[in-house]
Design a protein around this ligand. Sequence first.
Ligand code: 9D3
Length: 253
Amino acid sequence: MRIDVLTIFPQMFTSPFADSIVGKARQRGIVDLRLHDIRDATRDRHRVVDDAPYGGGSGMVMKIEPLVAALEAVRDEQPGSGPLVYMSPQGERLEQERLKALAREPLLTILCGHYEGVDERFVEHFVDLELSIGDYVTTGGEIPAMVLIDALVRLLPGVVGKRDSVVQDSFYGRLLDYPHYTRPQGFRGYAVPEVLLSGNHAAIERWRRKEALRKTRRRRPELLAQAPLSEEDQGLLAELEAEEAQREIPLRQ
Ligand code: 9D3
């Protein structure tokens, strides 16, 4: 997959994408990530990319001409054309389903907004998809773009091991993870759950599934409502509900 990023801060991407999973995927040629400085597409002496908003108000707006020039320069060197994604607080919230669809694109261009936003004519006539990473404020579109790229790259074939992805997607995908433990067995009297030391793999699997269900029910009930649950899951949930009822303080004896 080839990803072209349009930004006024290309340097921000260097370190996060030099090592780790994305760095390795780049080295192995699974992803061809290219950063483009929008200022390189300006034609004036001061390389101006922003201007004051029509109608007044605070903040600056990204100008349309450098954006179109930067996009056309990228399109000229791409073999074909993929969608242009604009990272913006007004975008649709990014979810795993959208990532799965985008991971099938051979080409992707990502525009990182900065200042108050970009001239709406650019959004209207050049942008295919506007994405947000959630309802909180970041200082620009760069970090959200990194989130998108990181989450996309790990979905590309050959980037993460089969075991990791298959287990996560088909089995635990829609639930929160179960708790993890490692050595030492005792630390300041904090114990490791006995079952994990038993060597009984069926009992361990059952315990993990139950704890994943417990955590999801507690923290993200809306995920539980969407998750496909097996007969065994229903049984484990019934056990959790029974445990909960047990803990309730009776009004009278
Ligand atoms: C505080 C400024 N806001 C006025 C109502 C608008 C605003 C402009 C620019 C808010 C954030 C930004 C910079 N962030 C992004 O461009 C952005 C973003 C985000 O802030 N949250 C979640 N996803 C994204 S994607 C791009």
